[in-house]
Design a protein around this ligand. Structure first.
Ligand code: DHB
Ligand code: FE
Length: 282
């Protein structure tokens, strides 16, 4: 059966991609942020994972406000990126994993998650920046990726508890797949940030650290929050925490937290990185 080795949660701020393309990782602004990533990369490379299932939110490259699926999953052999206007370069395509995608799709519909299935799908910085953070130089072509986009741009958006349950259903689907794939799940986005409006620039460090504590052993505490609670406590884009909750929902059993870091600000955001490992990977 396919195994889930663990989960990686990371912010996906476009400026990170620009900094990497310009080779700015060791400059004073960026150094302590980027210095957090090598231990997570080392774990990932040592595990020789085959598949990355990535929970992210599409910021308008594929789904704009006129048609916004609540939950969308890719079932393509390849995913293209394109210019989103953040100053990040267009980068090489991402490799898909169609068989496991379709297995997950079938299991989800069977379990009453009526998702949108995308046989063509452009992937934005929410997916590509974390991939490039894990494989610098955009060297991610060998890893098979299943993109899972959750709406957190336009109301109404799924609640934290629903995102957690959605992640759980995807985790169950992966574990029921008759293959020997080693899967890592990603949750990208967050932590607190607000990009516009009266509270533009709002960051809530105590709340971010609380979320990183709770997500390890008590994620149910976070699922009690509403999206309005998240907007109030973490800023209007802080609802991206829902991606972290979907990732956490996919993990099962006792977890070991192998890495955590938090750095603020990166651009407008409290930037978090966390690696949670299942007993399958120890
Ligand atoms: C920023 C953060 C994001 O999550 C995003 O999608 C875009 C921009 C920022 O802090 O600049
Ligand atoms: Fe974002």
């Amino acid at each position: 059966m396919a195994k889930i080795l663990g989960g990686i949660a990371t912010s996906h701020i476009p400026a990170i991609g620009v900094a990497m393309d310009k080779g700015l990782e060791q400059t004073p602004y960026w150094k302590s942020f980027f210095d957090a990533y090598p231990p997570v990369r080392e774990w990932l490379y040592a595990q020789e994972a085959d598949v990355a299932v990535i929970f992210y939110n599409d910021h308008g490259l594929e789904f704009f406000h006129d048609r916004k699926p609540t939950f969308a999953i890719g079932a393509a052999a390849q995913y293209e990126n394109a210019d989103e206007g953040w100053g990040i370069a267009e980068i090489p395509p991402v490799t898909g994993e169609t068989e496991l995608s379709w297995h997950i799709v079938n299991e989800l519909v069977e379990n009453e998650f009526d998702i949108t299935v995308c046989q063509e799908m452009k992937v934005d910085h929410g997916l590509t920046v974390p991939l490039t953070l894990m494989w610098p130089g955009h060297k991610y072509g060998h890893i098979k990726v299943i993109p899972v986009a959750i709406n957190c741009e336009r109301h109404p958006m799924p609640k934290p508890s629903r995102c957690f349950d959605f992640g759980k259903a995807i985790g169950d689907a992966i574990r029921s797949y008759a293959g020997d794939q080693k899967v890592v799940v990603f949750g990208t986005g967050g932590l607190s940030h607000q990009l516009d409006g009266q509270r533009a620039g709002f960051i809530n460090k105590p709340f971010d650290l609380y979320c990183m504590d709770k997500i390890v052993d008590e994620p149910e505490e976070l699922t009690k929050l509403s999206n309005y609670d998240l907007v109030e406590k973490a800023g209007s884009q802080g609802v991206e925490l829902n991606m972290w909750l979907a990732m956490r929902g996919a993990l099962q059993g006792k977890l070991t937290e192998l890495h955590r870091s938090y750095h603020l600000p990166i651009s407008n955001t409290g930037a978090g990185l966390q690696l949670l490992v299942t007993t399958d990977a120890i």
